[in-house]
Write a protein of this length. Structure first.
Length: 277
Protein backbone atom coordinates (compact mmCIF):
# COMPACT_ATOMS: atom_id res chain seq x y z
CA UNK A 1 0.00 0.00 0.00
CA UNK A 2 1.49 3.35 -1.01
CA UNK A 3 1.65 6.29 1.41
CA UNK A 4 -1.15 8.25 -0.32
CA UNK A 5 -3.67 5.37 -0.13
CA UNK A 6 -2.77 4.75 3.52
CA UNK A 7 -3.26 8.44 4.29
CA UNK A 8 -6.73 8.50 2.61
CA UNK A 9 -7.90 5.48 4.61
CA UNK A 10 -6.79 7.10 7.83
CA UNK A 11 -8.72 10.24 6.89
CA UNK A 12 -11.90 8.24 6.12
CA UNK A 13 -11.62 6.42 9.44
CA UNK A 14 -11.26 9.75 11.27
CA UNK A 15 -14.30 11.24 9.48
CA UNK A 16 -16.46 8.18 10.29
CA UNK A 17 -15.43 8.40 13.94
CA UNK A 18 -16.35 12.10 14.11
CA UNK A 19 -19.73 11.51 12.40
CA UNK A 20 -20.56 8.67 14.78
CA UNK A 21 -19.79 10.91 17.75
CA UNK A 22 -22.00 13.74 16.39
CA UNK A 23 -24.94 11.38 15.78
CA UNK A 24 -24.56 9.90 19.24
CA UNK A 25 -24.56 13.35 20.86
CA UNK A 26 -27.60 14.40 18.81
CA UNK A 27 -29.51 11.32 19.91
CA UNK A 28 -28.60 12.02 23.53
CA UNK A 29 -30.03 15.54 23.27
CA UNK A 30 -33.22 14.49 21.50
CA UNK A 31 -34.06 11.63 23.82
CA UNK A 32 -34.38 13.69 27.03
CA UNK A 33 -36.50 16.29 25.20
CA UNK A 34 -38.79 13.55 23.92
CA UNK A 35 -38.97 12.00 27.37
CA UNK A 36 -39.82 15.37 28.91
CA UNK A 37 -42.61 15.91 26.38
CA UNK A 38 -44.03 12.46 27.07
CA UNK A 39 -43.75 13.01 30.81
CA UNK A 40 -45.63 16.32 30.59
CA UNK A 41 -48.35 14.72 28.51
CA UNK A 42 -48.57 11.81 30.92
CA UNK A 43 -48.85 14.17 33.89
CA UNK A 44 -51.74 16.07 32.31
CA UNK A 45 -53.54 12.86 31.38
CA UNK A 46 -53.04 11.21 34.76
CA UNK A 47 -53.80 14.28 36.89
CA UNK A 48 -57.51 15.21 36.72
CA UNK A 49 -56.78 18.54 38.44
CA UNK A 50 -54.80 19.74 35.41
CA UNK A 51 -57.45 21.35 33.21
CA UNK A 52 -56.95 22.57 29.63
CA UNK A 53 -55.73 26.15 29.34
CA UNK A 54 -58.74 28.22 28.29
CA UNK A 55 -57.05 30.62 25.84
CA UNK A 56 -60.19 32.81 25.78
CA UNK A 57 -61.01 34.48 22.46
CA UNK A 58 -63.88 36.89 21.77
CA UNK A 59 -66.17 36.25 18.82
CA UNK A 60 -69.71 36.86 17.62
CA UNK A 61 -72.10 34.15 18.81
CA UNK A 62 -73.25 31.70 16.15
CA UNK A 63 -76.86 32.40 15.15
CA UNK A 64 -78.81 33.49 12.08
CA UNK A 65 -81.40 36.24 11.69
CA UNK A 66 -84.24 36.21 9.14
CA UNK A 67 -83.77 38.16 5.92
CA UNK A 68 -85.12 41.69 6.32
CA UNK A 69 -86.01 44.07 3.48
CA UNK A 70 -87.59 46.72 5.69
CA UNK A 71 -85.91 49.89 6.89
CA UNK A 72 -86.43 49.01 10.53
CA UNK A 73 -85.03 45.53 11.10
CA UNK A 74 -84.54 43.79 14.40
CA UNK A 75 -81.12 44.50 15.91
CA UNK A 76 -79.51 41.56 17.71
CA UNK A 77 -75.81 41.54 18.53
CA UNK A 78 -74.45 38.85 20.86
CA UNK A 79 -70.73 38.94 21.54
CA UNK A 80 -69.48 35.61 22.83
CA UNK A 81 -66.33 33.73 23.83
CA UNK A 82 -64.60 30.61 22.60
CA UNK A 83 -62.11 28.62 24.69
CA UNK A 84 -60.04 25.44 24.46
CA UNK A 85 -62.59 23.70 26.72
CA UNK A 86 -65.47 22.25 24.62
CA UNK A 87 -67.71 21.72 27.65
CA UNK A 88 -67.26 25.34 28.76
CA UNK A 89 -68.07 26.58 25.24
CA UNK A 90 -71.36 24.66 25.32
CA UNK A 91 -72.09 25.98 28.84
CA UNK A 92 -71.56 29.57 27.67
CA UNK A 93 -73.96 29.11 24.75
CA UNK A 94 -76.56 27.47 26.99
CA UNK A 95 -76.49 30.44 29.36
CA UNK A 96 -76.71 32.90 26.49
CA UNK A 97 -79.92 31.13 25.47
CA UNK A 98 -81.23 31.53 29.04
CA UNK A 99 -80.45 35.25 29.00
CA UNK A 100 -82.15 35.81 25.63
CA UNK A 101 -85.22 33.94 26.85
CA UNK A 102 -85.28 35.93 30.09
CA UNK A 103 -85.85 39.11 28.07
CA UNK A 104 -89.20 37.75 26.83
CA UNK A 105 -90.17 35.81 29.99
CA UNK A 106 -89.36 32.37 28.60
CA UNK A 107 -87.67 29.58 30.53
CA UNK A 108 -87.39 26.57 28.27
CA UNK A 109 -84.72 24.11 27.15
CA UNK A 110 -83.91 25.93 23.91
CA UNK A 111 -80.76 26.22 21.83
CA UNK A 112 -79.41 29.71 21.30
CA UNK A 113 -80.84 29.75 17.76
CA UNK A 114 -84.28 28.68 19.02
CA UNK A 115 -84.15 31.41 21.68
CA UNK A 116 -83.24 33.96 19.00
CA UNK A 117 -86.14 32.76 16.85
CA UNK A 118 -88.55 33.20 19.76
CA UNK A 119 -87.19 36.69 20.41
CA UNK A 120 -87.58 37.65 16.73
CA UNK A 121 -91.20 36.39 16.75
CA UNK A 122 -91.96 38.51 19.81
CA UNK A 123 -90.55 41.56 18.01
CA UNK A 124 -92.54 40.78 14.85
CA UNK A 125 -95.77 40.43 16.86
CA UNK A 126 -95.10 43.83 18.45
CA UNK A 127 -94.51 45.47 15.07
CA UNK A 128 -97.68 43.96 13.62
CA UNK A 129 -99.80 45.61 16.34
CA UNK A 130 -99.16 49.13 15.03
CA UNK A 131 -97.20 50.26 11.99
CA UNK A 132 -95.29 52.82 14.07
CA UNK A 133 -93.97 50.21 16.49
CA UNK A 134 -90.19 49.81 16.35
CA UNK A 135 -88.46 46.41 16.22
CA UNK A 136 -86.71 45.08 19.29
CA UNK A 137 -83.02 45.66 19.94
CA UNK A 138 -80.85 43.28 21.96
CA UNK A 139 -77.11 43.62 22.63
CA UNK A 140 -75.28 41.14 24.88
CA UNK A 141 -71.65 41.35 25.96
CA UNK A 142 -70.09 38.18 27.41
CA UNK A 143 -66.93 37.92 29.48
CA UNK A 144 -65.17 35.72 32.02
CA UNK A 145 -65.21 38.05 35.02
CA UNK A 146 -63.25 35.79 37.36
CA UNK A 147 -61.41 32.47 37.18
CA UNK A 148 -59.60 30.38 39.78
CA UNK A 149 -58.60 26.72 39.32
CA UNK A 150 -61.72 24.90 38.05
CA UNK A 151 -64.11 27.75 38.91
CA UNK A 152 -65.23 30.19 36.23
CA UNK A 153 -67.49 33.22 36.65
CA UNK A 154 -69.34 34.23 33.49
CA UNK A 155 -70.86 37.70 33.26
CA UNK A 156 -73.30 38.90 30.62
CA UNK A 157 -74.32 42.51 30.17
CA UNK A 158 -77.61 43.18 28.41
CA UNK A 159 -78.80 46.39 26.81
CA UNK A 160 -82.13 46.26 25.03
CA UNK A 161 -85.18 48.10 23.76
CA UNK A 162 -88.43 46.16 23.75
CA UNK A 163 -91.72 47.89 23.03
CA UNK A 164 -91.50 51.10 25.07
CA UNK A 165 -89.01 49.76 27.62
CA UNK A 166 -85.29 50.43 27.33
CA UNK A 167 -82.77 48.63 29.53
CA UNK A 168 -79.11 49.50 29.90
CA UNK A 169 -76.36 47.24 31.22
CA UNK A 170 -78.45 44.64 33.03
CA UNK A 171 -76.10 42.05 34.56
CA UNK A 172 -76.34 38.25 34.67
CA UNK A 173 -73.88 35.96 36.48
CA UNK A 174 -73.20 32.22 36.13
CA UNK A 175 -70.61 30.06 37.90
CA UNK A 176 -69.21 26.79 36.56
CA UNK A 177 -67.06 24.00 37.94
CA UNK A 178 -65.01 22.83 34.94
CA UNK A 179 -63.72 19.78 36.78
CA UNK A 180 -67.22 18.48 37.58
CA UNK A 181 -68.61 20.05 34.37
CA UNK A 182 -71.46 21.51 36.37
CA UNK A 183 -73.33 24.78 36.74
CA UNK A 184 -73.07 25.86 40.39
CA UNK A 185 -75.72 27.53 42.53
CA UNK A 186 -74.80 29.29 45.77
CA UNK A 187 -76.27 26.29 47.63
CA UNK A 188 -73.69 24.05 45.97
CA UNK A 189 -70.81 25.88 47.63
CA UNK A 190 -72.24 26.87 51.03
CA UNK A 191 -71.33 24.56 53.91
CA UNK A 192 -74.70 22.96 54.88
CA UNK A 193 -74.13 23.70 58.58
CA UNK A 194 -73.68 27.39 57.72
CA UNK A 195 -76.88 27.88 55.71
CA UNK A 196 -78.74 29.38 58.67
CA UNK A 197 -75.90 31.83 59.36
CA UNK A 198 -75.71 32.70 55.65
CA UNK A 199 -79.47 33.29 55.58
CA UNK A 200 -79.16 35.70 58.52
CA UNK A 201 -76.58 37.77 56.62
CA UNK A 202 -78.79 37.82 53.52
CA UNK A 203 -82.00 38.74 55.35
CA UNK A 204 -80.28 41.51 57.32
CA UNK A 205 -78.94 43.08 54.10
CA UNK A 206 -82.36 42.63 52.45
CA UNK A 207 -84.17 44.47 55.24
CA UNK A 208 -81.70 47.36 55.02
CA UNK A 209 -82.27 47.54 51.26
CA UNK A 210 -86.06 47.31 51.65
CA UNK A 211 -86.15 50.39 53.91
CA UNK A 212 -84.77 52.45 51.01
CA UNK A 213 -87.42 51.33 48.50
CA UNK A 214 -90.70 53.07 47.70
CA UNK A 215 -93.83 52.37 49.74
CA UNK A 216 -95.36 50.34 46.89
CA UNK A 217 -92.25 48.16 46.62
CA UNK A 218 -92.18 47.63 50.38
CA UNK A 219 -95.81 46.49 50.35
CA UNK A 220 -95.36 44.14 47.38
CA UNK A 221 -91.95 42.69 48.32
CA UNK A 222 -91.72 39.30 50.09
CA UNK A 223 -91.01 39.35 53.81
CA UNK A 224 -87.99 37.07 53.31
CA UNK A 225 -85.63 36.97 50.37
CA UNK A 226 -85.24 33.65 48.58
CA UNK A 227 -81.58 33.23 47.64
CA UNK A 228 -81.01 29.56 46.77
CA UNK A 229 -81.26 30.13 43.00
CA UNK A 230 -80.10 33.76 42.91
CA UNK A 231 -77.32 34.94 40.63
CA UNK A 232 -74.08 34.87 42.57
CA UNK A 233 -70.46 35.75 41.92
CA UNK A 234 -66.97 35.50 43.37
CA UNK A 235 -63.87 37.66 43.13
CA UNK A 236 -60.70 38.16 45.11
CA UNK A 237 -62.63 39.66 48.04
CA UNK A 238 -65.41 37.11 48.58
CA UNK A 239 -68.78 35.97 47.24
CA UNK A 240 -71.97 37.93 46.64
CA UNK A 241 -75.58 37.71 45.49
CA UNK A 242 -77.01 39.81 42.66
CA UNK A 243 -80.66 40.75 42.11
CA UNK A 244 -81.48 42.80 39.04
CA UNK A 245 -83.84 45.79 39.07
CA UNK A 246 -87.48 44.58 39.02
CA UNK A 247 -86.38 41.03 39.84
CA UNK A 248 -87.47 40.88 43.48
CA UNK A 249 -90.66 42.79 42.72
CA UNK A 250 -91.85 45.28 40.08
CA UNK A 251 -90.15 48.69 40.33
CA UNK A 252 -87.61 47.41 42.87
CA UNK A 253 -84.05 48.60 42.47
CA UNK A 254 -80.99 46.39 42.04
CA UNK A 255 -79.72 44.63 45.16
CA UNK A 256 -76.23 43.24 45.69
CA UNK A 257 -75.20 41.51 48.90
CA UNK A 258 -71.45 41.14 49.51
CA UNK A 259 -69.59 38.91 51.94
CA UNK A 260 -66.02 39.82 52.80
CA UNK A 261 -63.27 37.24 52.63
CA UNK A 262 -63.52 36.32 56.32
CA UNK A 263 -67.29 35.81 56.09
CA UNK A 264 -66.86 33.87 52.85
CA UNK A 265 -64.34 31.52 54.46
CA UNK A 266 -66.79 30.82 57.28
CA UNK A 267 -69.70 30.13 54.93
CA UNK A 268 -68.14 28.15 52.08
CA UNK A 269 -67.19 24.50 52.05
CA UNK A 270 -63.49 24.31 53.01
CA UNK A 271 -62.33 22.63 49.78
CA UNK A 272 -64.28 25.11 47.65
CA UNK A 273 -62.86 28.13 49.49
CA UNK A 274 -59.30 26.78 49.20
CA UNK A 275 -59.60 26.42 45.41
CA UNK A 276 -61.70 29.53 44.77
CA UNK A 277 -59.63 32.02 46.82
Amino acid sequence: MDQWTKHMKQQQTLIMTILSSVLLLSACHKEPAKQQEQAASSTQNSNPDVLPYLDIQTKRAEYALPFCEKKNCIDIDIQSLVTKDPWLNHWITTNQSKVVQAQIDLKQNLSLQQAINAYVKKSDDWQHEFSANQPYRLHIQTRVASQRNQYVLLQMQVSSRQADVEIKERQYFFVADRKLQKDLSILDVIEPKQQVAFDEIVQSAYQQWLKKQTKNVQLAAPKKLHWGQADWFFDGEGVGLHYRANEIVKDAKQLEIFLNKSQTQQMLKADVFHKMF
